[in-house]
Design a binder for this molecule. Structure first.
Ligand SMILES: [Zn+2]
Length: 54
């Protein structure tokens, strides 16, 4: 089991309101566009996109 991730990841996962998958929603920081993305990796639904909270 490898936990190595190249991408900075916030330690936040929660259930997806679209597919109801448990812990499938993750927050990512898009360094290129300097914004935060909240994406479900099961159904690929973009729940939120915006500037990261400081
Ligand atoms: Zn989902």
């Amino acid at each position: 089991m490898s936990k190595l991730l190249a991408q900075p990841k916030l330690d936040t996962t929660f259930p997806c309101p679209f597919c109801n998958h448990r812990d499938s929603v993750d927050c990512f920081i898009d360094l290129e566009h300097n914004c935060a993305r909240v994406v479900c990796f099961v159904c690929q639904e973009l729940l939120h996109q915006g500037p990261p909270a400081h």
